[in-house]
Design a protein around this ligand. Structure first.
Ligand SMILES: [Zn+2]
Length: 465
């Protein structure tokens, strides 16, 4: 008998939070039955989680693993370890920053070879779309990528190239036929170039100058273009890391119109605000940038009302010298924030924070059933849909993969380097007090994280739909 039972007073289903026993077959790695907590017959292993919540395993669809080629930035071993510590059971890898980028089947094969045997959690590869590889999109789709990422502005380092507007149209037409989503870094270069001219000679140790160099208008112009093309081609569009709240009315209107568009934002846009970022503190640099306090409050409201579909980390680390913490020059530092192991705690903290509009609108309390259901929707169910995994992951249900996250909603902690688990222990969250903590992570029936330790060898593999 290889059945284990996980009992909790707070099992998080899509529509409700209730006491249940989740029965797991360790051999097949599947959930075999959802039972009442006191009547499920004999089992080989029993885990009574008490008041700790049991969530579906979290899914992060936006992670830069950087292996092969830039494994000294981050790699499969360290990224998937951090994911496991964060309650994440599946990550989807971005096609850039690694070398070769995942823009050809050969690049995908190199990625698969690099990942073999190293992964603590399951993973999938996004493909990359650039001007020169439109002929590779269909072969990559046939080889198993669930969608494609593209940039309309320079991505920041050698590897994946741009899509110009002509090629963007061609890519959207191809992906409409393939029925796969196009994930877009939604900033256009025009407004960034214009802002750059007016900022020439300014002190880029000051955060306000970096913020001004990536204006809201760069995001807005890209969103307008994407909505227009989405209307024409009907390609599923996913806007990654939305930072400007000025884009929310456009997105609401597009959704009301029925366009196939989804949008993510990241923990750092919900947690930090530009006014609080010290000059020279380049650990906060990302693109698009963290914007104002008022902007943050509007994003928080949009997360709760469903305008924003999901939360992804955009975990994008680099070696310490590239972050330029000694010089504090925002113009030169690598743009990317590392937070892979902390997402659930950050989101839970922001949903419950005193300044959140939710407090007046829907009064979400620390550890309430409502906040747990938001977590499951934003960090598991909706990411599973985007990554083409909704038939087997993203929900606690019979026949689904036994991916589970045990979460203590009321437990608070101050973030130390020991909580990070990724390759370089740099993060703007160090020293922050977060409420809500991942206690255990279960991947296909095997415990891979338990109170700070990793009790299993790396059993993660690529999930092919
Ligand atoms: Zn990214």
């Amino acid at each position: 008998m290889s059945t284990a039972a996980y009992i909790s007073r707070r099992v998080v289903f899509p529509d409700e939070v209730r006491p249940a026993a989740v029965l797991v077959d360790k051999k097949s790695g599947l959930i075999t039955r959802i039972a009442e907590p006191d009547s499920f017959g004999p089992v080989a292993e029993l885990y009574d989680l008490g008041d700790h919540a049991l969530l579906p395993g979290l899914i992060d669809p936006h992670v830069h693993i950087n292996e092969p080629g830039r494994t000294h930035w981050e790699g499969f071993e360290t990224a998937t370890r951090a994911a496991a510590a964060g309650g994440i059971t599946t990550i989807v890898d971005m096609p850039l920053n690694c070398l070769p980028p995942t823009t050809t089947v050969a690049g995908l094969d190199a990625k698969r070879a690099a990942a073999a045997g190293k992964c603590m959690v399951d993973w999938r590869p996004w493909g990359g779309a650039e001007n020169g590889n439109l002929g590779d999109l269909a072969p990559l789709a046939a080889a198993g990528v669930p969608g494609f990422k593209c940039f309309l502005v320079y991505p920041g380092c050698e590897g994946l190239g741009l899509l110009n507007q002509t090629r963007l149209r061609a890519a959207m037409s191809t992906l409409a036929e393939l029925g796969l989503p196009l994930l877009v870094h939604a900033e256009l270069p025009g407004p960034i170039a214009a802002a750059g001219k007016s900022l020439a000679g300014k002190d880029f140790r000051k955060y306000e100058n970096y913020l001004a160099s990536r204006p809201d208008e760069a995001e807005l112009a890209a969103i307008r273009l994407l909505l227009q093309l989405c209307r024409k081609f009907r390609t599923p569009i996913h806007i990654v890391h939305l930072a400007t709240a000025l884009g929310l009315p456009l997105i609401r209107a597009a959704k009301a119109e029925g366009l196939p568009i989804t949008v993510e934002t990241c923990p750092h846009y919900l947690y930090f605000a530009a006014e609080d970022i010290p000059d020279g503190a380049t650990q906060y640099k990302c693109a698009p940038p963290i914007r104002s306090h008022d902007n943050r409050e509007l994003l928080r409201a949009a997360v709760l009302d469903g305008t924003l579909d999901l939360i992804a980390s955009d975990h994008s680390p680099c070696p310490p010298d590239m972050k330029g913490l000694e010089t504090g020059d925002f113009a030169k530092a690598w743009g990317g924030i590392a937070s892979l192991s902390l997402g659930a705690s950050i989101l839970a903290t922001t949903l419950n924070s005193p300044g959140a509009p939710s407090q007046s609108a829907s009064s979400i309390e620390v550890g309430s059933d409502e906040s747990l259901r938001h977590l499951a929707r934003l960090m598991s169910a909706n990411p599973a849909k985007l990554a083409g995994l909704a038939h087997r992951k993203g929900r606690i249900a019979e026949g689904f993969d036994a991916d589970l996250t045990v979460f203590a909603p009321e437990e608070s902690f101050t973030v130390t380097p020991n909580d990070l688990h990724f390759r370089h222990l740099i993060s703007p969250y160090l020293g922050e007090r977060l409420i809500g903590r991942v206690k255990q992570t279960v991947l296909r029936g095997t415990r891979i994280f338990h109170d700070g330790a990793f009790p299993s060898p790396p059993i993660g593999h690529e999930v092919r739909a």
